[in-house]
Design a protein around this ligand. Structure first.
Ligand code: NDP
Ligand code: ZN
Length: 352
């Protein structure tokens, strides 16, 4: 089986892997739509470890089933399925503690392209198929569904973690695909004012379409000062971080309001040894601010809920797609475009 992945840190390429053996709870699909993620670029060039050697990358896919295990009840060969990037086994007792993402160990639920091979291949093996797959609903395009499996579930997790309420003032730092979905989700959760931080014109335009009421450029003056000026010095109810660096996180904490300000950190910062939150931003822990972060939720029910939002036209994540390719061999081009991030890129997709 041919796949595209990381050969060793800093080196990507095509590789041959043995054919999958379909376990009783598993399913095997051929890809119909694939998309690279900023996290694939982090995995290839910034992260290290034995699990990232000769590892097929990719965790965003829609596919067609070509084999199902003997225990799989709800899916059959030929079904077109939406494959979440987070696919827990659902069999670890930690699941009962409520955070399926880390059941069995840190980020155990994201096995694609980490502990097992990812989706950039001729075949994709999905574990716990009945619990993780969702059928592509009628009326939902392959493109939109492929944007749901990671971008939408991650972006939507921001306002969920930050517990956005009706009328809240929210700031979203970064309006790449993840931040744009956080903007859309904040609107769906009833936010009043939504301040988006970013600069690329296509992203700014889409941020407004998804619900941003104010745009701030981090290239034109201090972002914290700009947010405080917009909010009369009070700060925001919710700060969602989907881009930038450590300083961005500190700003997000600083501008969250004293007395209940919520911070959701979605940005994955690699190669950072420690986080030193300026004391002024939290007033020596007297400011009642809450900081949360984590891997995006996955599994079948999560996908079905997001797909319902697409089907009934609450949100259209296919607007994120700016670059389209045809044929599995072009996953390489899509990956490189993600790594190089040209100014007009939001999200690439490869259709088979
Ligand atoms: P992009 O690189 O496409 O977007 C980043 C955004 O951040 C851009 O809008 C950019 O602005 C903006 N930005 C850059 N510097 C700053 C700054 N100093 N202050 C404020 N904004 C800034 O990223 P993605 O949307 O693809 O992904 C965002 C992050 O989410 C990545 O780290 C990714 O790995 C992570 N992620 C996390 C997951 C999770 O489960 N927690 C899952 C998937 C992804 P500009 O308009 O100028 O380019
Ligand atoms: Zn991802």
């Amino acid at each position: 089986m041919k796949g595209f992945g990381v050969i060793e840190k800093g080196k990507v390429g095509w590789m041959d892997k043995p054919e999958y053996v379909c376990g009783p709870d598993d399913a095997i699909a051929r890809p119909l739509a694939l998309a690279p993620c900023s996290s694939d670029v982090h995995s290839a060039y910034e992260m290290e470890g034995p699990h990232l050697k000769n590892r097929i990358l990719g965790h965003e896919a829609v596919g067609q089933l070509i084999e199902v295990g003997s225990n799989v009840k709800d899916f059959k060969v030929g079904d077109i399925v939406v494959i979440p990037c987070t696919t827990p086994t659902w069999k670890h007792p930690d699941i009962q503690d409520g955070t399926h993402q880390d059941a069995g160990g840190l980020q155990n639920a994201i096995n694609f392209s980490t502990y097992e091979d990812g989706t950039f291949a001729e075949k994709i093996k999905i574990r716990s198929a009945d619990m993780n797959l969702a059928l592509l609903p009628e009326g939902v395009s392959l493109e939109a569904a492929c944007m749901a499996v990671d971008m939408m579930t991650t972006g939507f997790y921001g306002p969920e973690l930050a517990e956005v309420k009706f009328g809240d003032t929210v700031v979203v730092f970064g309006i790449g695909p993840v931040g744009l979905m956080a903007v859309a989700a904040s609107k769906l959760r009833g936010a009043g004012r939504i301040i988006a931080v970013g600069t690329r014109p296509d992203c700014v335009k889409l941020a407004r379409e998804y619900g941003a009421t104010d745009i701030i450029s981090y290239k034109e003056g201090n972002v914290g000062d700009q947010i405080k000026a917009l909010t009369g010095g009070k700060g925001v109810d919710a700060s969602i971080v989907a881009g930038g660096d450590l300083e961005t996180l500190y700003t997000a904490i600083d501008v969250a309001k004293v007395g209940g300000g919520q911070i959701a950190m979605l940005n994955i910062l690699t190669e950072i040894e420690s986080i030193n939150i300026p004391n002024a931003a939290i007033a020596g822990f007297l400011a009642h601010k809450t900081i949360k972060g984590g891997l995006c939720p996955g599994g079948r029910k999560r996908m079905e809920r997001l797909l319902s939002l697409i089907k009934y036209e609450r949100v259209d994540p296919s607007k994120l797609i700016t670059h389209r390719f045809k044929g599995l061999e072009h996953i390489e081009d899509a990956f490189y475009i993600m790594a190089n991030k040209p100014k007009d890129l939001i999200k690439p997709i490869v259709l088979m």
